[in-house]
Design a protein around this ligand. Structure first.
Ligand code: UTP
Length: 290
């Protein structure tokens, strides 16, 4: 089996972020900071660490600030240079991938994650690619996508990151119908989007990291609506099972659902505690409030 390398990644960032209103009325959810870095930057850094060379953002109205974030900030850089703020200058410069590696496509209407991915088809062409959902933030070493690519390079096909969830929560996720499972990698014979706990085929849920074969664009191009009236990525992946192998890989690390308030707050605490410069101060604050 020929396993083609993955060099491109899609970042769907066109969602409305309704769970985070009013913060997301004028600011993209993906620009909300965890400690001092926006969510989208963590996702881009995870992709860069995994060897991704092309970064394709699927944006929408009100999301243009992300283009500025990954561009040069000429005035700011000059001021930092003039003031000899070398460390801050480096932090600002480190935000941008090298010139020519970023592209932006618009999803004019937020019709669902599957539709957002389909909007990137002309940038991907006939290659396997990664999809990273910035609101699923993962604290892991190496990063989650790097771990997934190590597995993908052995098994090929479609690979997603998975984790166990309590059965009562299966209705929030895409869930694997498992054929075989060695405790690290599960081969799926089916997928169900947001199943009721009573009928969920397992409790192994898909989180926002995917490695996909380009054939998925043919299926997404049919624009079939699924749960919630949205064009679901899970449904398209499920339709490929039988012709394309599908594996879920458990990753090492901790995932935070930063699309919701509690997950976002937890991520801020966890990331702050993982930093030597903040740990002590944050522990003191938590103790004071406990
Ligand atoms: P979510 O399911 O979290 O949806 O999308 P959302 O609209 O961002 O947030 P809520 O549920 O209203 O609070 C997961 C990822 O897919 C992107 C989002 O931007 C997010 O990064 N997405 C979702 C799109 O790009 N387009 C869509 O049509 C839907």
């Amino acid at each position: 089996m020929l396993i083609k390398p993955v060099k491109k990644a899609l970042f769907p960032v066109a969602g409305l972020g309704t769970r985070f209103l009013p913060a997301t009325k004028a600011i993209p959810k993906e620009m909300l900071p965890i400690v001092d870095k926006p969510l989208i930057q963590y996702a881009v850094e995870e992709a860069r660490e995994a060897g991704i060379e092309q970064f394709i953002f699927i944006t929408g109205r009100g999301k243009a600030v992300m283009e500025d974030h990954f561009d040069h900030a000429v005035e700011l850089e000059q001021v930092l240079r003039d003031r000899d703020k070398t460390e801050d200058l480096q932090t600002v410069l480190d935000c941008s991938p090298p010139a020519g590696q970023l592209a932006y496509a618009r999803q004019q209407n937020p019709l669902g994650l599957g539709h957002a991915v389909w909007c990137g088809r002309n940038f991907i062409g006939d290659e396997p690619f990664a999809v990273l959902s910035a609101d699923d933030l993962i604290l892991g070493k190496p990063g989650c996508l790097k771990q997934m690519l190590d597995i993908y390079n052995q098994v090929g096909g479609n690979v997603v990151a998975v984790e166990e969830v309590p059965r009562k929560h299966t209705g929030r996720y895409g869930i694997l119908d498992i054929e075989t499972d060695d405790g690290k990698i599960a081969k799926a014979k089916g997928l169900v989007e947001k199943p009721d706990p009573a009928v969920a085929p397992s409790t192994l849920s898909i989180i926002g990291r995917y490695i996909l074969q380009p054939d998925i664009f043919n299926i997404l191009g049919e624009h079939k609506k699924g749960v919630g009236g949205e064009i679901q990525l899970t449904d398209a992946m499920a339709a490929m099972i039988g012709t394309t192998d599908f594996h879920g890989t458990r990753f090492e690390g901790r995932r935070f659902d930063c699309g919701g308030r509690l997950g976002f707050i937890e991520a801020n605490i966890a990331f702050a505690l993982s930093r030597a410069d903040l740990r002590e101060g944050v522990l003191k604050i938590i103790k004071d409030y406990a």
